[in-house]
Design a protein around this ligand. Sequence first.
Ligand code: URA
Length: 433
Amino acid sequence: MQLRDLTTKKRDGRPLSDDEIRWFISAYTRGDLLDYHAAGLLGTIFVRGLDERELGTWTRAMLESGSRLDLSHVQQPKVDKHSTGGVGDKVSLALAPALAACGMAVPMISGRGLGHTGGTLDKLEAIPGFVTRLSEDEIVRVLDECGLVFAGQTERLVPADKKLYALRDATGLVEAVPLIASSIMSKKLAEDLDVLFLDVKYGSGSFMPDPVDGERLARTMLGIARSCGLKCSVALTAMDRPLGRAVGHALEVAEIGECLAGGGPADLRELVVAQGGEVLHLAGAASSHEEGRQRIAAVLDNGHARTLFEVVIKAQGGDPRVVARPALLPQAPAVEPFVADRDGFLSFHSVREVGLAVAALGGGRLRIDDQIDPAVGLVWRRAAGEAVRAGETLCEIHHRSGHGLARCQSHLTNAVEVLPAAAPGRLILDWLR
Ligand code: URA
């Protein structure tokens, strides 16, 4: 086959055959095709899309480009959640141990942050000693031992995605619904799950600022899950304000310690409880969403989820004492207030700018191989919609000797507005089941 023929076919609005799709994914993964030829095809897909059959074949071909986890010996329901990512979104760190404390097996394979968003792996690596780079055998061993595991993508799981994602990133072709949906779902299907929960973010801090696009992505991923026999549900949740109070790796781990002690910010707890309740219901471990919520709330309040978080941290080489003693996490040497310039109510004009403010301090990655400073970040002292007075601290900037401080402050100035009135919208806009 000639890749050029596939590109012109798609360009002219004709669907690709199953054989053509399978050939492309396998030849590109093997390294038999040139990047600029492959980018041509991805570009036409960006514009033309993929129909339901093409998308199903594309996703399965990506899945079959590598191996899958074999969790056939695991007796408990195997569950995971994926978030499309945002600013301060640390839900996975509390949700995984809470689900494990409710008897689920949670093989959580996550990604790293890029641009304004944070990544679960980077947050965990703020814990001294914590190792996220595990082989498939190690993933299974930690899962068997602890009931949960946090790991990065391995070389052998969905290698097609690794190559295609890098090419899309380099060529400005990331934000296409079928390409995002197949990328996320092929990796989740490789985890051998019974249940998947998807948190699709909308708003200025997300991939998909418009909720209509968010819903399209959500429905596309749900369709793939259904066609592969995976139980799945989706929530569309707000990223038009940061989630919780902390943004920055070690600061977010400290906030997770509070959530796992039954406290922490209300919006963080609500997402953990709501998403966990949904997973337990889907997995058949709770007779209703409400009963699931109560079970998750109970393991946050009685310390069981926190104990499991400590157990998995230890199993993955980290120092579990950080959960109870956040002072053992990396600390930035200096803290500077960012203050309100007038009386009014706090509103977030651009949450993306909040993420970029943290990246400016060294706490984010603008290129995939950038190093991250885990200690720096922000702690909000006021939440969206709260009354503030001129001169009052909106957030604390945790910085390293002024590195990036002026750029951080300028991003924060773009991020926030103090308005005569502001009321945040709903945290959970919709459920798709
Ligand atoms: N996250 C992924 O894993 N893939 C995408 O394409 C976008 C976000």
